[in-house]
Design a protein around this ligand. Structure first.
Ligand SMILES: Cc1cc2nc3c(=O)[nH]c(=O)nc-3n(C[C@H](O)[C@H](O)[C@H](O)COP(=O)(O)O)c2cc1C
Length: 335
């Protein structure tokens, strides 16, 4: 039996498959099922600072409304000790899941203000998360803001959190940076213990009947994994921190390629939403079979063996690949 163990953000993992933030990771039943199915860790759905602000505002409006001219109505207010905010529920869920499963439970935070990142990072640490992932979802639409301003935002948040907390902190980034290799190295220097590449940015759509701009969520497909695999291969020799691949990992082949490129862990989300949690043991068994056939004894042996530094043709991950790719196109009979 192959040794599938690895690590992410310095946490020991029984295999490389992490169930990434999704509706599947935010409740006790599914968390237990994910562990039983073989997930090596789970990442909770993000705690969104803007949701907490909305929640607080609604509570204040409710209290104010009750207080205006309806003195007797104050007695209808729930005693404050019974009231549970969204944050209370979230933190309780972490504590419940943590108490019930043995695999690492990683918190995820999506802040708005630096104060919010720090305050709620502290909440997640206190609730017992084994590590914290920063899910920074920022669309740099301000033409006055330079690329380095945008990078500084990320680095500032990360540095502040790393300085304040003892739990390992990782970050999930999108591919929208002009120099990904430089930026990822900066993340490591700022204290990140892991970087997950790449977050998927959902694109709003225009509804042609209402002319409204509407949010649209689409699950990924395997083609998207190739960009992640390429960047992990390019980065592997340049950073010491753990790297996770996220976005488009659906089957054992996708996962094996990511590990060959140098990924320490691979996140699964769309694949579990599409095929159910039972997809996990199928992927694990296919990975073990592939390793057996190719005579690999451990993930450690496999990891990074086709990263850019060790690839037979390192240039294939860079420019040289472009020309070859264009030339590989075969015209079909109808054009
Ligand atoms: C329904 C849904 C909810 C998600 N919620 C979160 C979230 O709360 N925080 C987060 O960082 N990512 C979230 N994600 C992103 C996933 O964790 C994952 O990074 C992304 O979907 C790419 O992986 P995939 O190709 O395996 O789906 C969500 C994705 C989906 C489809």
């Amino acid at each position: 039996m192959a040794d599938l163990s690895t690590s992410y953000m310095g946490l020991p993992l029984i295999n490389p498959l992490i169930a990434s933030s999704s509706p599947l990771t935010g409740n006790l039943d599914d968390a237990r099922r994910l562990e039983d199915a073989g997930a090596a860790a789970i990442i909770l759905p993000s705690l969104f600072e803007e949701e907490l602000l909305q929640d607080q505002q609604q509570m204040h409006e409710f209290m104010d409304h009750q207080a205006i001219g309806h003195g007797e109505a104050d007695s209808f207010l729930p005693p404050s000790s019974d009231y549970k905010s969204h944050l209370d529920h979230y933190l309780e869920t972490i504590a419940t899941i943590k108490a019930a499963i043995d695999i690492p439970v990683i918190g995820s935070l999506n802040g708005v203000s630096l104060a919010g990142w720090l305050e709620h990072g502290a909440d997640l640490q206190q609730a017992g998360c084994d590590a914290l992932e920063l899910n920074i979802y920022y669309v740099p639409a301000n033409p006055e803001e330079t690329g380095s301003d945008v990078e500084s935002r990320y680095l500032q948040i990360l540095e502040n959190l790393c300085a304040q907390f003892t739990l390992p902190i990782g970050i999930k980034i999108s591919h929208s940076f002009s120099s990904i290799a430089h930026f990822v190295r900066q993340l490591e220097r700022a204290g990140a213990k892991g970087t997950a590449l790449f977050n998927r940015f959902y694109q709003p759509d225009i509804d042609l009947s209402s002319l409204q701009v509407t949010p649209k969520i689409q699950l990924s497909n395997s083609i998207e994994s190739l960009e992640r695999i390429r960047w992990i291969a390019l980065l592997r020799a340049h950073v010491q921190m753990d790297l996770a691949a996220t976005g488009g990992f659906h089957d054992a082949n996708d996962v094996i390629k990511a590990v060959l490129a140098g990924a320490d862990a691979v996140y699964l989300c769309s694949s579990l939403l599409q095929h159910g949690i039972q997809r996990l043991p199928e992927i694990l068994s296919d990975i073990s079979d592939w390793m057996h056939v190719h005579e690999y004894e451990s993930i450690a042996q496999l990891k990074g063996s086709v990263c850019q530094k060790h690839a037979i043709e390192p240039a294939a991950y860079e420019r040289a690949n472009y020309l070859k790719t264009l030339k590989s196109y075969q015209r079909s009979d109808n054009n």
